[in-house]
Design a protein around this ligand. Structure first.
Ligand code: COI
Length: 362
């Protein structure tokens, strides 16, 4: 157990806050607006490597206005969750896989890699210190947000010589205002999120910046998020704002392949694994918006849902494209979507057998 001064692979200096905050009630939790008492920080200097791992009271950064991340977005992040089971114990969901993905994202942005074991250690150490913040109501969890930013002050465009890795924690409830009710998504060809050969597979600020205008336009039209189509032909499904997309046409479960332009979702991988465990016909293949709309029209599009750490498994009740707006499964959560949600949540809260050893206990 790597927290509170107990030895782990890397020494972590801990300074505790003298002003602990009041915890919000579990019922009031939404997504990402409340933060715990402490944060983890570690710095990188060229020639020295990563150094000075520490846990300190949650606090603002002081940054020179020329800090490169503020201008050129050389930054990556990830997001994972810790859950409190009914037995009171705290479980991380696929922590090592998130640490690996953070490192892969670093590679796309020329950020020096982090030791994945140390990243996992930082998760355990900080959640250990702030464990009273892990909520317990079903549907709530503690969201971990690790991130790396380029911290050198300069205005030339080249990789920074210094970086800061930090980890913050936020007790959260549902990501969407809809809660676990179906969301409405709009497939658009007016904007592009990412292209193959670009940054689409990295969890980096630029992809989210590219999504904001399209998402705002979709919201004005009554949609929750945008379903991004490929950046070249504007035809094939890529992913949704903060989720990977899956659908069931007839008896085939389909999700777009990891083509370099979409994020390799950890929930995506988990849900595909469950579907295969259950013997369902599961395809990672290109699927065009025309095929989806045709299936919606002829009634073979049975269910559609998004997957993501923040969104978990989120049913899609309505899909818009050009002048058409189709309702899926009568705008209600589908049977398979519900079954997948229940299965993954059961594993996350430690209530059902974790065959693939996805969870680790604090
Ligand atoms: C996730 O953690 O699921 C995300 O996609 C991050 C998002 C809230 C920006």
């Amino acid at each position: 157990v790597w927290f509170d001064g107990q030895p782990g692979p890397t020494p972590i200096a801990i300074t505790r806050t003298s002003k602990p905050k009041v915890h919000p009630a579990d019922d009031e939790l939404r997504f990402g607006s409340v933060f715990t008492d402490h944060m983890f920080r570690m710095d990188y200097t060229e020639g020295k490597g990563w150094h000075d791992a520490k846990i300190i009271p949650y606090q603002p950064f002081s940054l020179d206005p020329a800090t490169s991340v503020l201008h050129y977005a050389q930054s990556v992040f990830d997001g994972l969750k810790a859950y409190r089971g009914q037995d009171g114990s705290i479980r991380f969901f696929r922590a090592a896989k998130h640490a690996d993905r953070l490192n892969r994202s670093c590679g796309y942005l020329c950020i020096p890699p982090l030791d994945p074991e140390l990243v996992v250690q930082s998760f355990h150490a900080l959640v250990g210190v702030d464990q009273s913040w892990v909520p317990s109501k079903r549907g709530t969890s503690l969201y971990l947000r690790p991130a790396v930013i380029a911290s050198e002050s300069f205005l030339g465009v080249h990789p920074s010589k210094t970086y800061t890795y930090f980890l913050i924690l936020s007790p959260v409830g549902p990501y969407y205002a809809e809660g676990i009710n179906p969301v409405k998504i709009l497939a658009t060809d007016a904007h592009v999120r990412a292209v193959q050969g670009g940054l689409g597979a990295a969890k980096t600020a630029a992809n989210y910046a590219a999504s904001i205008l399209g998402a705002e336009e979709a919201q004005k039209m009554g949609y929750t998020q945008v379903l991004w189509l490929d950046g070249v032909e504007h035809r094939y499904l890529d992913e949704v704002g903060t989720m990977n997309i899956m659908l069931k046409i007839g008896d085939e479960i389909i999700t777009p392949p990891l083509n370099g332009a979409i994020l390799a979702g950890v929930t995506r991988d988990s849900i595909l694994t469950l579907c295969r465990d259950w013997g369902l016909k599961t395809s990672e293949r290109r699927i065009s918006i025309d095929e989806v709309m045709a299936a919606a029209r002829n009634g073979t599009l049975v269910e559609m849902w998004g997957t993501g750490t923040a969104a978990v498994v989120s049913p899609v009740g309505e899909l818009g494209y050009k002048d058409e707006r189709v309702t899926i499964n009568g705008g209600k959560t589908g049977t398979l979507t519900q079954k997948l949600y229940d299965a993954i949540v059961g594993i996350q809260y430690g209530e059902t057998e974790d065959r693939h050893e996805w969870t680790t206990t604090l």
